[in-house]
Design a protein around this ligand. Structure first.
Ligand SMILES: O=c1[nH]c(=O)c2[nH]c(=O)[nH]c2[nH]1
Length: 282
């Protein structure tokens, strides 16, 4: 039988690192999980068992910590950039390196308006994300966030949809809207303040979600993306994914009781999946 190796990459996943910055007794804390994938001239390892070009994934893991020591972790984007460039610069057999980072969020403890110097609160599933793809002469960067879980108890409806013999969904102009937002946007310019841009994006997403009537997840998603592109001239495109996490009115009529639109069954599955990419046109 004749076969062909059409593509290959390898690396290390889920490398966890925590990083403390100390400035005048005030500490910052960043916790990240890093995935690194290398592409390049590794064919001989697959085809002949020749490992001479293979940078062990164990070395890849160690390099994550070494680059943190050398360059620091000022932002996930700057760290991903240093790490991705390192493999391309160091190993001629590496054509391209993809570094994906997910940041676990810790917020400073605040009491009576004062932020604590070195104590933080965690616990949310929200993550900041980035993905960098580097070669020796190109750099592709994306920033993002995921796990931003939001819900509103009114100002959402869904009417006028297509109906056929299988449609049972009732029209409503007052329903619960719950979703967990994933957002991803290209952010190639190395002069950008990625952290500040992410804060603005997050603010726009929450503002539109909270303060505009939603005739569908689709329309709200589009309005959220439009607001981001309007507020952030540095971003030309944003991809959003917003599952529709249904809270279905409980059928208590069969119990002889009336549902006043206040008793719901949270329904984790199945769930609607709504996603789109919206781009600025000149
Ligand atoms: O906002 C919505 N969009 C849909 O496409 C859809 N489909 C559905 O059953 N409920 C909803 N809600």
């Amino acid at each position: 039988m004749s076969v062909i190796l059409t593509n290959q990459s390898y690396g290390k996943s889920q490398v966890c690192l925590s990083y403390v910055t100390r400035r005048d007794g005030i500490h910052d804390f960043i916790q990240i999980t890093v995935d690194v994938a290398l592409e390049g001239d590794f064919h001989a390892a697959y085809l002949e068992g020749d490992n001479s070009n293979v940078v062990p994934t164990d070395t890849v893991k160690n390099t994550v910590y070494a680059i943190a020591r050398i360059h620091g972790v000022e932002s996930i984007e700057s760290f991903a950039q240093h790490l991705a460039k390192h493999f391309c610069k160091t190993y001629p057999q590496v054509d391209s390196t993809t570094v994906s980072i997910s940041q676990t969020l810790w917020t400073r403890v605040c009491r009576d308006g004062a932020s604590h110097d070195h104590a933080f609160v965690g616990g949310s599933n929200e993550r900041n994300t980035c993905r960098v793809v580097a070669t020796n002469d190109s750099l592709l960067m994306h920033s993002g966030l995921l796990g931003l879980q939001v819900l509103k108890t009114t100002e959402s409806g869904f009417v006028g949809f297509s109906k056929d013999q299988y449609t049972t969904l009732a029209e409503t102009t007052d329903r619960i809207f719950a979703t967990t937002i994933t957002a991803d946007w290209p952010c190639g310019d190395p002069t950008l303040d990625w952290t500040q841009i992410r804060d603005t994006v997050r603010g726009c997403l929450l503002d539109i979600f909270s303060n505009r009537y939603s005739p569908s997840v689709q329309k709200t998603l589009h309005e959220m993306a439009e607001a981001v592109l309007e507020e952030c001239p540095q971003i030309d495109e944003i991809a959003l994914k917003m599952p529709n996490q249904h809270h279905i009115p409980a059928d208590i009529a069969k119990l002889g009781l009336e549902n006043n639109n206040d008793i719901f069954v949270p329904s984790p599955e199945p769930f609607g999946v709504i996603s789109a990419t919206i781009r600025r046109v000149a």
